[in-house]
Design a protein around this ligand. Structure first.
Ligand code: GTP
Length: 640
């Protein structure tokens, strides 16, 4: 509820307890409230106060950005500033001049005005930086935006001193909350009522009431009041950071940096602004005779402080109605504060977040973590966001990563350039948490669909691989003899054809041997089939150990084997066959206390023989010689 019209407020006014303009300033305020008043009349009154005249001339020169000709006369200053501004400035300057000291022992009067003046200068710089006004109006709001504190020190010097003493011992309770419980109202409400009483615009009154806790205001985002509120909040935080002792400053800087970052003022820009404010302070402080307060450059003030995660209070992103889908996100920005702000927002929303400071670092990070989504700033040193995106898209494996570019401007040409470089979507600064949440959900949907598609493809690939493996296994089975694991007759015939063709092509000899176990039937008959099987395996072992690597051993059936010997002459094949025959003869197989004697007969043939014209003929020749060996009494090799 507004204090204006409240009996208490009326009483303060009536008793003259509230800080108010006096002398020439009071005359100016009264005069400007009349309907018919000329600039000349106002200038005439102002001239009676040389200090006020000087300050108004300075204000006209400092505040009016579009005025190229320097203002030297009071009447020009009144014309340039306009009657409203003159009234407000006269009021502000008179309050500064008349309230340099007071009775409240704990209230730092000089510090109060120093901080107010810093707020005014900072607000003016911010407004100009964001291009949302020329800054002259906001100056007075900055200067008087906390005048309620001065008023409380004036109305209740002792009680307020006590309250300030308690607050300095324990800063867990907000000063405004302490004021509420002690006086029934706080300095923000009092400021609002005083500004209203002085005829300041309605929006100034509202901003003064709410700027310490902008999150409680319900101004439409992007509206003029919303902008003013944010400017005032950041300006007063910046002023408070300048005024605070080092220890306290450490706690305050992260909040200031984050507020500024959220509002699109990156750290570098904030430092530049802060330095400008401190330079402005030197001039204005002299003009308003606020002495004994000095500051080092703003960059030095910030150097001692460190921005840490967890010290921030960041806006939550709305999750919408869509089902949550956790993303692996890479943030790329050269501004640490923006990185930290976004990282906290996205991590709080449940995503996995990594960061990089420029395009080069980002590419290395992509290699390492393969993010699903990237949010990259446009302007960065070394490699900017567009160059980074182009480079990223060169790699086929990274083409499906969803990329957002963050830009300060929304010019059509720039956006076209971004989309051509492979960007999927864009975000504009300042980043709004609701917009980020909504855009992210659109990105999430695309990433999710892509992942599902990739999953289906992978499954198909695996299925095809399994099918190929089992086909191969079946094929192997069809070509393999189960008992010995050797290739079977079908394979032997195909392979013989291949080796024949190869030997003709490279003009190297090809030989083969037909091997048959002698009187195998009697082994089976004497010892049983099982022992017969074992005996077969022993012969296979002997076959393997007497053959070379390139030889192909196949079981043609029963106890008959074919050994294909590529690049082997008849003579060499005969020697090999003999080695095998002797090895089998030397085998010692014992079963049921009896020794089994085994021998083989072998027929050898070679394609060096000009009468052999096909692989079939080569095998038939070996077969004929095998029978010749059998007929000749077995356990022998025949090669002619
Ligand atoms: N244990 C066992 N016996 C087999 C297998 N395949 C064929 N045989 C047997 O091998 C024997 C081959 O006998 P035959 O063709 O008469 O020849 P042989 O007794 O070896 O006499 P010759 O070849 O004339 O020296 C048959 O008794 C078949 O049953 C097998 O996989 N395991």
């Amino acid at each position: 509820m507004s204090l204006l019209g409240n009996p208490k407020f009326e009483e303060f006014k009536a008793k003259g307890h509230l800080p108010s303009p006096k002398g020439v300033a009071l005359q100016v305020v009264r005069l400007t409230q009349q309907e018919e008043v000329s600039s000349q009349q106002i200038a005439h009154v102002i001239k009676a106060d040389p200090a006020l005249s000087g300050r108004l001339i300075k204000a006209a020169n400092a505040l009016m950005v579009y005025n190229t000709r320097p203002v030297v006369a009071v009447s020009d200053a009144v014309t340039v500033l306009g009657i409203n501004m003159v009234r407000q400035l006269a009021l502000g300057f008179s309050l500064v001049a008349d309230s340099r000291e007071g009775y409240c022992k704990r209230f730092d009067y000089t510090g109060f005005w120093a901080q107010s003046l810093l707020t005014a200068i900072a607000a003016q710089h911010l407004i100009r930086h964001k291009g949302i006004g020329s800054g002259e109006e906001i100056f007075i709001l900055g200067l008087l935006g906390q005048v309620g504190r001065l008023a409380l020190a004036t109305i209740y010097p002792e009680d307020y001193a006590e309250l300030l003493a308690k607050a300095s011992e324990d800063d867990s309770v907000d000063i405004a909350a302490r004021e509420q419980s002690k006086f029934g109202f706080d300095h923000c409400q009092l400021t609002q009522a005083m500004l209203a009483d002085w005829g300041m615009p309605r929006s100034f009154q509202d901003v003064a009431l709410l700027h310490e806790h902008p999150e409680e205001a319900h101004f439409a985002e992007g509206s003029r009041d919303w902008k003013l509120l944010n400017v005032m909040h950041i300006a007063s935080e910046l002023a408070a950071v300048c005024m605070a002792p080092t220890q306290r400053r450490r706690k305050m800087v992260p909040h200031l940096m984050l507020m500024a970052a959220r509002w699109g003022v990156e750290t570098e820009m904030l430092i530049e602004l802060g330095d400008g404010v401190i330079r402005g302070w030197a001039e204005w402080g002299r003009l308003l005779e606020i002495r004994g307060v000095e500051f080092p450059p703003f960059s030095e003030l910030l150097r001692a402080t460190q921005l840490l995660p967890g010290t921030m209070d960041v806006p939550a992103m709305t999750s919408g109605t869509a089902q949550f889908f956790k993303l692996r996100i890479l943030l790329v920005d050269d501004d640490r504060t923006i990185l930290l702000l976004l990282k906290t927002m996205l991590s709080n929303a449940g995503h996995e977040v990594e960061t990089a400071r420029n395009g080069v670092e980002a590419l290395a990070m992509v290699e390492k973590i393969t993010p699903q989504l990237i949010i990259s700033d446009w302007m960065m040193p070394e490699m900017d966001g567009i160059a980074f995106c182009r480079k990223l898209r060169e790699n086929p494996a990274w083409r499906s990563i969803y990329v957002f570019i963050v830009t300060a401007q929304e010019s059509v040409d720039r956006l076209v350039e971004a989309f051509e470089a492979g960007v999927d979507d864009y975000l504009t600064k300042p980043i709004n948490s609701k917009v980020l949440g909504a855009r992210l959900r659109a990105g999430q949907r695309v990433v999710q669909l892509q992942e599902e598609l990739a999953f289906d493809r992978q499954q198909l690939r695996e299925f095809a691989e399994e099918l190929a493996t089992s086909n191969h296994r079946l094929q192997q089975l069809a070509l393999t003899d189960v008992l010995t694991g050797l290739p079977n007759r079908r394979y032997a015939i195909d392979r013989m054809d291949q080796e024949w063709a190869l030997s003709k092509r490279v003009q190297r000899p090809l030989s083969c041997m037909m091997v048959d176990i002698d009187r195998f039937k009697s082994i089976n008959d004497t010892f049983g089939h099982k022992v017969g099987d074992e005996a077969l395996k022993h012969v296979v072992h002997a076959l393997r150990s007497s053959s070379r690597k390139q030889d192909v051993i196949c079981r043609l059936g029963g106890e008959e084997f074919l050994v294909i010997c590529p690049d082997t002459s008849l003579e060499q094949a005969w020697q090999q066959a003999e080695r095998l025959r002797q090895q089998v003869e030397a085998l010692k197989l014992n079963t049921a206390g009896k020794q089994i004697q085994m021998t083989v007969s072998i027929g050898v043939s070679s394609n060096a023989d000009t009468e052999i014209l096909s692989p079939d003929m080569l095998m038939q020749q070996a077969d004929r010689r095998l029978y010749a060996a059998k007929s000749a009494g077995r356990n022998r090799t025949v090669s002619d």
